[in-house]
Design a protein around this ligand. Sequence first.
Ligand code: 6PG
Length: 248
Amino acid sequence: MSAKIIVADSPEDFALQCARLVADNAKEAVEKRGQFSIALSGGSLASQLYIRLSEEKGIDWAKTFVFFGDDRFVESENPYSNFSLAFDSLLSRVEIPNGNIFPIDWNASTPALAADSYANTIEAILGEGANNIPKFDFIHLGMGPDGHTASLFPRSSALQIDDSKRIVVTNHAGLKPWVDRITFTLPLINNARTIVITATGEIKAEKIKKAIEHPDENILDLPIAGVSPSHGNLIWLLDKAAASLLGL
Ligand code: 6PG
């Protein structure tokens, strides 16, 4: 299925577009299935996007279940924590029950045990989809300057997982912060109903062009090219600089 590309006119428009995408998908999910499951991202964009999302009307947070597409294996008080970023910018600002928020288990004795426990939690809440892989309604991803997404870094072992049995794994950091990561794998990501990739800045334009125009690009070199929903929708939300090589 071809990807949809949205180019925002300004940072305010970017955040508005992102909030509307979440709200529209949340409304449809609750109407059709009685709940909305979303996996949030980390990165420099997330905080601003989530502050604007916290102001969006019409999202039934009591029926929304929030997970994290990746996180660093650190305590929630650690500034590196993606949970902490989302809590400060979004979750503490909306009426969401604590029981609807599912951070990784940063108290697990090892990153691998945290990954296994997270996979079990996802399966318990979402159930197993038709192909034994849980199906998220919405996954928000960023893209690093090296083309990584979630914590799927170039040349990393987590990228090579293509079986449905391993939906969350641990991975070593490919960029700072140099801490162990817990990350969704591509089979879990690509089973989502809607995936939105947000990216800004000219530094990312070439990798975005490659990923969109050459989807068969070697994902070991360009992990974001591995994001290709099997049945869902893929939306790229970009600013003009990040979209500058797409000839739009
Ligand atoms: C993380 C993020 C990561 C992020 C990209 C994009 O844990 O670091 O989940 O995958 O989405 O690095 O981040 P920037 O928008 O800051 O480049």
